[in-house]
Design a protein around this ligand. Structure first.
Ligand code: TRP
Length: 372
């Protein structure tokens, strides 16, 4: 068992063992019976079938309430620190699926305050600008305008502040240090910040004037924030939020989480042009052998191949087609160059359409935003 890794919202290091993480965080696996239950509401998303969204807290309870006619609200967010890449889009496409299946409201938080406080190089103007830029990618995914509210923390703070300080009063500094790994050198804004990420769990309840369940689809790195939220929720008069957790999308360089700051060459941004995307995919890390002859003879290894992971996580929803690709790779029936070309064509087809929708989003972006 691999224990040499760390996952917090503010840093992922080492090679993440997602089974160990479930134990460490105390979450539950999305198992077969639960998958079967979810499939009654609509076709199972491939990210569920393939265990990309693989862990949860209280998802059964949220469905129990839904069955009784007590609909939940969805909540997710983005820290606007730079451009959007495919790794960011993965949980959002899944969030869109949940909105389509359950026809529920979505609160989308843009934490311009967080990214300002955590990054020396970013001004508040920068994070706000990225917030509006990033919102175009969010809207381009096709969220239902009638059911979706997007907000920047600094532009919705009047509504959130009373609840934020009620939460903050219940959270100790020692908890923050332990959960996020902070020490005395962290600025005091970052210590307070988690209370701002807590608030949207309760915005639907506040608006409706009664307790409404909240479901948060997110990367599992965000779970520590919501562990704190769950500890204070009932004391504030609300339900604990439920969560569904995704694995972190691997980069084209191999196993680690996609990062904007360090790996520009192995990260595909939504605004990359065709040539750039092609270059990045063609340079990706694969599970191929040293020579074509050897690969024909011994086959490749899809388990460690970033190109295969991209197909599995995102671009090949058809299980039979994915299985064939896997088998062809293992048997040496397909070479890495061909495989990369197949992936490139899919990625580009997706991005070309996304870029068109992203342009169109500029006409409606104001309608999605709420301010106070
Ligand atoms: N803190 C997250 C980030 O840095 C952004 C965020 C805010 C978020 N609220 C959330 C992510 C809810 C998932 C769910 O990216």
């Amino acid at each position: 068992m691999n224990n040499e890794f760390v996952v917090t919202p503010y840093g992922v290091s080492g090679e993440v063992d997602y089974d160990v993480l479930i134990q460490r965080f105390g979450t539950k696996r999305i198992d077969e019976p639960l998958l079967k239950r979810i499939s009654k509401y609509g076709p199972l998303h491939h990210m569920l079938r393939r265990q990309v969204f693989y862990s949860h807290r209280d998802l059964e309870w949220v469905l129990d309430e839904y069955d009784k006619g007590n609909r939940f609200a969805l909540y997710t967010g983005r820290g606007p620190s730079g451009p959007i890449h495919l790794g960011h889009m993965m949980p959002w496409t899944f969030t869109k699926y949940l909105q389509d299946v359950f026809k529920v409201n979505l609160w989308f938080q843009l934490t311009d305050d967080e990214k300002f406080m955590f990054y020396d190089h970013l001004t508040l103007e920068d994070t706000k600008k990225w917030g509006y830029e990033n919102a175009l990618d969010i809207i381009a995914l096709g969220f239902d305008q009638k059911l979706t509210k997007i907000f920047l923390d600094t532009e919705y703070i009047k509504t959130m502040y009373p609840l934020a300080i009620r939460a903050a009063k219940k959270i100790n500094f020692s908890t923050i240090k332990a959960v996020f790994g902070f020490d005395n050198s962290n600025n005091i804004g970052s210590i307070f910040f988690t209370s701002i990420q807590t608030v949207p769990c309760f915005l639907e309840s506040m608006e409706k004037g009664r307790k409404v369940p909240c479901l948060i689809p997110c990367g599992i790195d965000q779970d520590p924030h919501f562990r704190i939220t769950r500890d204070v929720a009932e004391g504030l008069g609300y339900y604990k939020p439920a969560l569904v957790h995704a694995k972190l999308m691997p980069s084209l360089a191999g196993a680690e989480k996609m990062s904007t700051s360090t790996k520009a060459d192995t990260t595909i941004f939504t605004t990359d042009d065709k040539k750039t995307v092609k270059k990045k995919v063609m340079n990706a890390f694969t599970g191929g052998r040293v020579s074509v002859e050897e690969q024909r003879k011994l086959g490749g290894n899809p388990d460690i191949c970033s190109v295969f992971q991209y197909q599995a996580y995102f671009f090949e929803p058809d299980d039979a087609k994915l299985a064939k690709l896997q088998a062809d790779c293992r048997s040496g029936g397909i070479m890495c160059g061909e495989c990369k070309t197949i992936l490139f064509e899919k990625v580009w087809k997706f991005l070309e359409e996304h870029q068109r929708r992203r342009e169109k989003a500029k006409d409606v972006v104001q309608e999605f935003f709420i301010r106070d």
